[in-house]
Design a protein around this ligand. Sequence first.
Ligand SMILES: [Zn+2]
Length: 182
Amino acid sequence: MLGEILDYNKLFVSRQKYKKYVLDKKPNKEIVIISCMDARLTELLPHALNMKNSDYVSITTAGAMIPHLFDSIMKSLIVAISQFDVKEILVIGHSDCGMDCLKTNDIYEQTNDVSFPEDFTDKYKSFLLNWLDGFNSYEENIISSMNMLKSHPLVPENILVHGLLINPETGELTLVASGEKH
Ligand SMILES: [Zn+2]
């Protein structure tokens, strides 16, 4: 695909097709959406939420899972909060997700020949045995990601964190948990 992409890109720039995409750096709605990388959501999700590109910061990761306090998802989020004045976070999982019940071993079996370098320690090896695991419950996964966000020492307490599920065909949203204070 690369040659095709680069050829098109020359036309895109020379014909100034970028002009309709020029935006402010900060999102209009001060919101971050953490969702799955599933390609079905790329256009559907913002339209289903009545959001434009300029309205929100998008962080995508497999299954909208946030398994660690100090991984790259959390790093992106902390930067978004501090640089883009984010006030609200939506964690949006979706039905028919590839991470549903995924086991690390399923991926290893597809790659046929998994061999760990000799200098890999036992600690790394045991980590890699379940590193790619998915989740067993859509709702529990969303709640777990929300809890990870809310427990992070660098996420200010006044940031609202909501959890939702989206249908990747119809765009219908189901609220899993609201971050509104009652
Ligand atoms: Zn997914």
